[in-house]
Design a protein around this ligand. Structure first.
Ligand code: PEP
Ligand code: MG
Length: 327
């Protein structure tokens, strides 16, 4: 495996027809950042800040959060890092939060992520301050999980802006710029993109949660894990529509779910015109190798025809196409 990384590390992820694909990694711990050097990835497309909240016995103080974010940025150097505000609650329950508040029948669809953060705004304010302080003098990229309606994004962004103003009034060093993003993982948000996109700096599609909600199938249920295919026409059509709208609005967009870390799935996403993937570090080498053999334009034309028809076995079609075209 190490040899494979060394082979692909310094090669750019450019398709055979000259399209540069941005390959980033998903991370959540301080040590994960080392994977940037090992894989040659372009940055961290999803930093899951809740990991720090899940491993401790108490809520991490603002200073501890700030130290982690600063360490991650220092280790990433000039490569961008996208911090996601905490996605806690639901199945990522905190041991130190009151359990009667947290017990839920359907945790994935429950009081979690941004829903919880907007209500527990002391928690979110502390995280906002920690992120703003850690990125003072550099750029902050921040995104919000489980946005279901545009107003939730607006409130989260306004909370960050109020913290920024508070720091400015006190003469504190600020980030040079803040780029705000929303995760698209709740299907309802896709219907409101016309309103949301003009307000966004970037959109990140979280296919793990998105597919479980699209198919109403628990992502952690062993009986359902293989039942609905990421390459099903329903998912691909949905993604094509979202990506098309983001492209038309000129908003940076990509996929940060595990789907992008599988070679055939990554190929299909590129075939939909999605050129930014944030994936698990071990997948960077194989996905990069795939990208370098791919004629993205040819695949895009073919996928357009297939998706118009909606064939049941998209996986079979895609894997045969890959084989025939030397991918
Ligand atoms: C997702 O839902 O696709 C995602 C990237 O977030 P998480 O896996 O942390 O829920
Ligand atoms: Mg998610």
């Amino acid at each position: 495996r190490r040899a494979f990384f060394v082979q692909t590390r310094d090669l750019p992820p450019v398709t055979k027809d000259g399209q540069r694909i941005t390959l980033m990694i998903n991370a959540g711990l301080r040590d994960d950042v080392a994977a940037l050097d090992v894989t040659g990835a372009d940055g961290i497309g999803l930093f899951r800040t809740e990991f720090q909240f899940l491993v401790g016995a108490t809520l991490p103080a603002r200073e501890r959060q700030q130290r982690l974010y600063r360490d991650v940025l220092d280790a990433a150097g000039d490569r961008p890092v996208i911090f996601r505000t905490v996605d806690i609650g639901g199945d990522k329950a905190l041991p130190y939060m009151r359990s009667d508040e947290m017990a839920e029948e359907n945790p994935a669809m429950g009081w979690r992520a941004l829903r919880l953060s907007l209500e527990r705004d002391a928690l979110m304010k502390a995280q906002a301050r920690a992120l703003l302080e850690a990125t003072a003098g550099r750029e902050l990229n921040v995104m919000f999980p489980m946005v279901s309606e545009p107003w939730e994004y607006e409130e989260a962004r306004a909370l960050f802006e109020r913290q920024r103003a508070w720091m400015r009034d006190r003469g504190k060093l600020l980030p040079t710029a803040i780029h705000y993003g929303a995760m698209l993982e709740v299907p309802a948000l896709a219907e409101m993109l016309d309103q949301l996109l003009p307000r966004l700096d970037f959109l990140s599609i979280g296919t793990n949660d998105l597919t479980q909600f699209l198919f109403a199938a628990d992502r952690a249920h062993p009986k359902l894990a293989e039942r609905y295919d990421w390459l099903s026409p329903a998912i691909l059509r949905f993604l094509a529509r979202v990506a098309g709208q983001a492209r038309a609005a000129g908003v940076l967009h990509g996929v940060c779910g595990e789907m992008g870390g599988r070679t055939l799935e990554a190929m299909a996403l590129i075939g939909l015109g999605i050129d930014r993937l944030s994936i698990t570090p071990v997948a960077v080498g194989p996905v990069k190798a795939m990208v370098r053999t791919l004629d993205a334009g040819a695949l895009r034309a073919r996928m357009g025809e297939w998706l118009a028809q909606g064939p049941r076995d998209m996986r079979g079609l895609l894997s045969r196409w890959a084989e025939e075209n030397g991918v």
